[in-house]
Design a protein around this ligand. Structure first.
Ligand code: PEP
Length: 283
């Protein structure tokens, strides 16, 4: 039975769904990931990364208590990888092909990304789902390829405006999570909840809506992978995260970080978002 139905059924019997303990939540280190999308030049990539590194150096041990990740376009991965070498910033890509190698003109495999120094890859971003017609089965195959190459896939899910207005948000999210995550992935994936209508629009989801969807995702993860793995899996929120709303969103119990698009292109804003991370984890 789908988890959301189980949750509703338990509630009809006056029983509560088991929530994660504070100790389990503190296992999830906040992740602030910047998705640069198709933006920037070599010079801009360099100056953005150098600015972030300078900010890190200046604050010394007072740096934000979170993992930082940047996902530049493929062509800047090597440059950015060199610039962040020795720092605590991780490198990620924005997509990968599900196959290991072969006749796939213009594509990049997960193994190539690992070889060049990536540790994460975003898969199933709504812009890829929309622009390239990618469905859950392909996203699942990409995530599986990422895991096989030793990368952590950030699997994106999110409802459209029409789906939200029709009251289908939780059904859409549950289906996407079930169908996009590889079997037996345990806690080796990161899930990013990104309402499609909130991406790049300046309209963030309300904290109440984010809390509801993240709790539902956690419930589906428990059903798929068991409580232990689910409670250790990071669920990020993405969709117009900015310095002005980051603290409120990141403070939500089930929000384990942010996937940041537009605001990750300005070092000052990305740094301010990272600095809004709640200190709830041990390094
Ligand atoms: C994104 O691209 O994943 C995203 C959340 O974009 P923005 O922050 O610009 O809404």
């Amino acid at each position: 039975m789908p988890t959301l139905e189980c949750r509703k059924l338990l509630q009809t019997f006056g029983m509560e769904w088991p929530e994660a303990s504070q100790e389990e939540i503190s296992m999830r280190r906040t992740l602030i990931a910047g998705n640069w999308k198709m933006n920037g030049s070599k010079a801009e990539a360099r100056s953005l990364v150098e600015d972030l590194m300078r900010r890190q150096r200046e604050v010394g041990s007072e740096r934000p208590d979170c993992d930082l990740l940047i996902c530049p376009p493929f062509v800047f991965l090597e440059l950015v990888g060199r610039l962040i070498e020795g720092s605590e910033i991780a490198l990620g890509a924005q997509d990968c092909h599900p196959a290991e190698a072969g006749a796939h003109t213009g594509d990049i495999s997960a193994g190539m990304l690992a070889d060049i120094g990536c540790s994460y890859v975003i898969v199933g971003h709504s812009e890829r789902r929309q622009d390239h017609g990618e469905g859950d089965a392909l996203v699942q195959a990409k995530a599986a390829a990422a895991l096989a190459a030793g990368l952590t896939p950030i699997v994106c899910v999110g409802e459209t405006r029409e789906e939200r207005d029709a009251g289908h948000t939780l059904d859409v999210i549950e289906r996407q999570v079930r169908d996009s995550l590889p079997a037996n992935c345990g806690s080796r994936v990161v899930v990013a909840y990104e309402p499609v209508w909130a991406i790049g629009s300046g309209l963030s989801a309300t904290p109440a809506d984010v809390a509801e969807v993240h709790a539902a995702i956690r419930g589906v993860l428990r059903d798929l992978s068991g409580k232990e793995a689910a409670d250790a899996t990071r669920i990020l929120y993405g969709g117009s995260v900015k310095p002005g709303n980051a603290a409120e969103l990141l403070a939500l119990e089930e929000v384990d970080g942010a996937l940041v698009g537009g605001a990750s292109l300005k070092a000052e804003d990305f740094w301010a978002i990272a600095s809004a991370s709640p200190r709830r984890t041990q390094a």
